[in-house]
Design a protein. Structure first.
Length: 55
């Protein structure tokens, strides 16, 4: 089974880690110079990938 880090792109891995550390979407967006909605969209895709890895 592939690890999550192998499946996610660099930004996705960064977003996933910062979110799990408790950073807000807005804070993560500021770090990556993207909107909080883009962070939200990335996390939605990450959740789908996680779900498919454990099906």
């Amino acid at each position: 089974m592939e690890s999550l880090k192998e499946v996610l792109l660099e930004d996705g891995w960064f977003i996933f880690n910062r979110h799990s550390e408790g950073y807000s979407y807005k804070e993560i967006g500021s770090m990556l110079q993207m909107s909080d909605k883009t962070v939200d969209n990335n996390l939605q895709r990450i959740r789908k990938k996680l779900a498919s890895m454990f099906d």
